[in-house]
Ligand binder design. Structure first.
Ligand code: DAH
Length: 342
């Protein structure tokens, strides 16, 4: 028995297994019901009592050794198995594509408009969205009873002599620029504006405008026409034409509305331009002398022009977006269409 215990001990020292299954087979071979070590315990019952103590101890040591070795072998096989599967990773496979964000179409159009006027020498001026009546209406020559001042159009925050309100147009930044800038002034004023309107495909209570203002000596209507023509060609393509229709704004005299030739049917008439071949893009005019004087500018010496356009409208015409609400819903399927315009 002694020899067998020693032989098994030796064998255990040298054991190896290259898989978890092989390690399990070893466990059965030594420690299973009919295993070699278990067998020795069977035989132990029959040995003479005077040897029992010694062999009992040796057998227990053998069993402990066998258990520990087989555990060890099993853990090593598991470890080898794991690192083998890790090395199955193919490092040359291309990575998953990463979704890049894109600019919102209103931001793209706003940037395009500002870039064009920057090239003409206009700098950007901004003003507060929460304004007072003076800068939104009074200084811009709005008569006291002008409908734009009424509750239906304007979100008022306070009442009284010079009420606080949400600006209904960025023309208020014209006034702020005239108050604080040195002449000549050449600015474009982008920003959010607010009107108390029911939301539909063509109207929203929040939208964006870019206002333009140029004041210097001897500024004429022809200068204005040239600046707007240049803008239209840059924005909608070099073959774009413009036409001006007489209009009225309290802050300009004379005033005009500007149309561009429809860039879809090239002026022939389609359902986007409702068969007219023209699309309205902005309002403009020569700054009314009352407006210059209200901000302390000598209207005998200086003249200027102003224009104002809706950014959503320009973007709608440029990319043929039919429903204004698309701009506010942030449906990714819509936004993703503008990825290429970054
Ligand atoms: N403020 C006008 C509006 O919100 C747009 C506008 C028209 C601005 C003519 C101008 C202008 O500066 O000259 O509808």
């Amino acid at each position: 028995m002694k020899e067998r215990i020693e032989a098994i001990s030796k064998e255990l020292e040298q054991l190896k297994a290259d898989s978890v299954a092989a390690a399990e087979e070893l466990r059965i071979r030594f420690l299973g019901k009919k295993g070699e070590v278990t067998q020795l315990f069977e035989e132990f019952r029959t040995i003479a009592p005077e040897y029992k103590k010694e062999f009992g101890r040796r057998l227990n040591e053998l069993k402990n050794l066998a258990t520990a070795r087989i555990e060890e072998i099993k853990a090593a096989a598991e470890e080898a198995n794991n690192s083998a599967s890790a090395s199955k990773t193919d490092l040359t496979v291309p990575g998953d594509p990463m979704n890049l964000g894109s600019r919102h179409p209103v931001s793209i159009a706003r940037k395009d408009i500002l870039d064009i006027f920057n090239r003409l020498g206009y700098t950007v001026a901004e003003g507060p969205e929460i304004e007072d009546d003076y800068h939104v209406f009074e200084a811009l020559n709005f008569p006291v009873d002008h409908p734009a001042r009424e509750m239906q159009d304007t979100f008022f925050i306070s009442s009284g002599i010079n009420p606080i309100l949400l600006r209904t147009h960025t023309s208020s930044v014209q006034v702020r620029s005239m108050e604080k800038m040195e002449l000549p002034i050449r600015v474009v004023c982008p920003g959010r504006v607010f009107r108390n309107e029911a939301i539909s495909a063509r109207a929203h209570c929040i939208f964006h405008q870019v206002e333009g203002l140029y004041i210097d000596q001897n500024v004429t209507f022809a200068d204005m026409k040239q600046a707007i023509l240049m803008f239209a060609k840059e924005m909608f393509g070099p073959e774009t034409q413009i036409r001006m229709r007489p209009s009225y704004f309290p802050f300009t005299e004379p005033s005009a509305e500007v149309d561009v030739s429809c860039n879809i049917c090239k002026g022939k008439g389609c359902n986007i331009c409702k068969g007219t071949g023209w699309l309205e893009i902005l309002g403009c005019g020569m700054v009314d002398p009352n407006v210059l004087e209200a901000s302390g500018i000598d209207s005998k010496k200086y003249s200027g022009f102003a224009f104002g356009m809706g950014v959503e409208r320009i973007a709608m015409l440029k990319w043929q977006v039919k429903d204004l609400r698309n701009y506010f819903e942030n449906d990714l399927r819509f936004l993703k269409e503008f990825e290429a315009n970054l």
